[in-house]
Each structure stands twice: as structure tokens, then as C-alpha cells.
Write a new protein. Structure first.
Lengths: 122, 111
């Protein structure tokens, strides 16, 4: 069974770049028709999809974050990364990585990491 | 504000049936994109509850069911139990935005 584990700094200063890593175990990150997404959740609020990379290498991003967010995959390390630039306090949230599977007309997320809290503060 | 609209909260007594709606538009649910549902228990990551409109992953009780019609979808929970108290999210895709969408979430309270 695939497992996902996010890691990264819990505190980032405003205007800096937030960088997180998600280590995938139990399956190869490049196998199957998967996509790998980052999804975040501010405290007490709903889920926000940030972006994804397909195993083909193509990427899609939330238009509200376009220009600030980059999702990448390192197949040698079996991990997914997130970079979010020019962060502000509004980027304070729990960040989840999730595996997406396309078996119909839209991807669904069958595996999630436990999430990592990132606080943006000076 | 999410393009998939859910009621902020619903409630029901143990044993009762509740439904949670997810209303979209012609660029997402109405365009034929599948709807998926997630359950998020307090302090935990979301878990897949329903995929491709009405399919349950193994291990999900048949008390949970879902449907889709037009620009909306609905999640139904029958035989409500205290352990069902959680936040529920619908999810689909929007072709105008070329983006994955989540509903705003619905908090289910078991009275």
C-alpha cells in the first residue's frame, strides 16, 4: 500500500519561498497513470488544490497561484516537491500531498499524506 | 469562494439519514466531469469516500451513497452514527480553469 509523508520547514518568513517534499513509499512514483498533487488547508477552512505533476511530466496549476507554485517529481528519490514563492501570512496552512488516479473523467485522490503545517511569519 | 457549493453544515440524530449537496456549473459537474467525495475526521487528512460519482472504495460502508445529476451531486448517509461526525468535501474538475476543484466543505454534526 502506498504511503506519502510530507516534510519541510514549519516556519517560513514572508516573501521567502516555501519548499516541501513528499516521500512516496510502497510504489514507484512513475508507475501507472498517476498524478501527484499538493493540496492545502488553512486552519478551520476548506481544501485548496494547488497543482499537480503527471507521471508524463506535464503540470497543471491552480490559476489563483499560477506564477508562484511549482510541483516537481524526482523519480530517483521517489518524491514529489512543492515550491511556493513570495509567501505571505495567507499561505499559512496544512499542506498535503496526494496521489491522483484517473479512472473516469476526473482525477480522484486515493492516497494522502498526513499533512505538514507551515506557518508564514517573521 | 469555491465554484462547487456545499452547505456549511448539516446535522442529524443517530440512525437518521442526511444528505449533502454539491452544486457546480456547466464548466465542471455539468460538463460531465466525475464527482468524488472525501471524509475528513477531526485532526486527520481527508480520505476518499466516493469516487466517480457513486463508487465506494473497499472498506467504506454501504451507508454512504452518492449520485450526480445535471450540475449537481449529492452524498447521502443513512443510519447515522456518531463516528460519521466529520467534514465532507466534494471534488471535481473545471474545464474553464483547467483545475481541480474542491467544494467548500460541509460539517456534519451527529446530534
Amino acid at each position: 500500500q502506498v504511503q506519502l509523508q510530507e516534510s519541510g520547514p514549519g516556519l517560513v518568513k514572508p516573501s521567502q519561498t516555501l519548499s516541501l517534499t513528499c516521500i512516496v513509499s510502497g510504489d514507484s512514483i512513475s508507475s501507472g497513470h498517476y498524478s501527484w498533487s499538493w493540496i492545502r488547508q488553512p486552519a478551520g477552512k476548506g481544501l485548496e488544490w494547488m497543482g499537480r505533476m503527471h507521471t508524463s511530466g506535464s503540470t497543471d496549476y491552480n490559476p489563483s497561484l499560477r506564477g508562484r507554485v511549482t510541483v516537481s517529481i524526482d523519480t530517483s528519490m521517489n518524491q514529489v516537491s512543492l515550491d511556493l514563492s513570495s509567501v505571505t501570512a495567507a499561505d499559512t496552512a496544512i499542506y498535503y500531498c496526494a496521489r491522483g488516479i484517473l479512472t473516469g473523467s476526473s482525477v480522484h485522490y486515493d492516497s494522502w499524506g498526513q499533512g505538514t503545517l507551515v506557518t508564514v511569519s517573521s | 469562494q469555491s465554484l462547487l457549493t456545499q452547505p456549511p453544515s448539516v446535522s442529524g440524530a443517530p440512525g437518521q439519514r442526511v444528505t449533502i449537496s454539491c452544486t457546480g456549473s456547466s464548466s465542471n459537474i455539468g460538463a460531465g466531469y466525475d464527482v468524488h467525495w472525501y471524509q475528513q475526521l477531526p485532526g486527520t487528512a481527508p480520505q476518499l469516500l466516493i469516487y466517480n460519482n457513486f463508487n465506494r472504495p473497499s472498506g467504506v460502508p454501504d451507508r454512504f451513497s452518492a449520485s450526480k445529476s445535471g450540475t449537481s451531486a449529492s452524498l447521502a448517509i443513512t443510519g447515522l452514527q456518531a463516528e460519521d461526525e466529520a467534514d465532507y468535501y466534494c471534488q471535481s474538475y473545471d474545464r474553464s480553469l483547467s483545475a481541480v476543484l474542491f467544494g467548500g466543505g460541509t460539517k456534519l454534526t451527529v446530534l
